[in-house]
Design a protein around this ligand. Structure first.
Ligand code: HEM
Length: 198
C-alpha cells in the first residue's frame, strides 16, 4: 500500500513541479519584454513580475520538486532493485539535467531582478521547450522501462512533439513580427497627427 501512496504523490509532485517550471520561464519572457514599455509602466511591470516569479518559485516550483524527489526516494527504498535497471539510470541522468535546469531558473530569476539578464525573449522561449523534452523522455522511460520501442509509432510521437515545439516558436515569431510591423505603421501616423496639431 505504501508503494501506491508514494507513487500517487510522486506523480502529483511531478505535475506541480512542471506547472511551476513552465509558468516561471513564461514570466521571464514577459519580464524581458517589459523592457520595450515606456516608463513608468516598465518599472511597475518589472516589479510585479519579480514578485510573481519569487512566489511561484518558492510556493509551487520548489515544493513540487521536493515532493517528487522525496516520494521517489520512498519508491526506491521499497523497490531497491530498480536501481539496477538501465532505464532507471537513464531516468536519473535526465532528472539530474532537470534539477540543473531548476537551479538555473533560480539564477536567471536573480539576474532578472538585478537587471543583468542577457537572455532575449526569443531565447527564453526556446529554453522553455527544454522541460517539455525532458518530460516526454522521462515519462516514456518510466512507462516502457527497458522495453522502450524504436518503431514507427515512437518516432511519430517524437516527431509530433518536436513539430509542436517548432510550431510554437514560429507562431510566437509571427506574432512578434506582426506587432513590430503594426508599431512601425503606427508611428508615422502619430507623428503626422502631432505635426497637424502643432
Ligand atoms: C528523483 C528522481 C526520480 C526517481 C528516483 C524516480 C523513481 C520512480 C520510481 C521508482 C517509480 C515507480 C515505477 C513503477 O512502479 O513502475 C516512478 C514512477 C513514475 N515517475 Fe519517477 N522518479 C524520479 C523523478 C521523476 C520525474 C522528474 C518525473 C517526470 C518527469 C517522473 C515521472 C514518473 C511517472 C509518471 C511515474 C509513474 C509511472 C507508472 O506508474 O507507470 N519521475 N518514479
Amino acid at each position: 500500500m505504501a508503494y501506491y501512496w508514494f507513487k500517487a504523490f510522486h506523480i502529483i509532485g511531478v505535475v506541480v513541479w512542471f506547472a511551476g517550471l513552465f509558468y516561471l520561464v513564461r514570466l521571464f519572457i514577459y519580464h524581458v519584454e517589459a523592457d520595450a514599455e515606456p516608463e513608468p509602466a516598465q518599472s511597475i511591470l518589472k516589479q510585479q513580475y519579480t514578485l510573481m516569479e519569487k512566489r511561484l518559485y518558492r510556493i509551487i516550483t520548489t515544493p513540487g520538486m521536493i515532493v517528487t524527489v522525496a516520494m521517489a526516494i520512498g519508491l526506491l527504498v521499497l523497490m531497491p532493485d530498480y536501481l539496477k535497471s538501465g532505464w532507471m539510470h537513464a531516468k536519473l541522468g535526465l532528472v539530474a539535467v532537470l534539477l540543473a535546469y531548476h537551479m538555473y531558473c533560480a539564477r536567471l530569476m536573480r539576474k532578472l531582478e538585478q537587471g543583468e539578464c542577457r537572455w532575449s525573449s526569443r531565447q527564453l522561449r526556446a529554453l522553455n521547450e527544454a522541460p517539455t523534452l525532458l518530460l516526454v523522455l522521462i515519462v516514456m522511460l518510466v512507462v516502457f522501462k527497458n522495453n522502450l520501442p524504436a518503431d514507427a509509432t515512437t518516432w511519430l510521437v517524437v516527431g509530433l512533439t518536436l513539430a509542436m515545439a517548432v510550431t510554437i516558436q514560429l507562431y510566437a515569431r509571427k506574432r512578434r513580427r506582426d506587432k513590430e510591423r503594426a508599431q512601425q505603421a503606427e508611428s508615422p501616423a502619430v507623428e503626422e497627427q502631432a505635426l497637424q496639431e502643432s
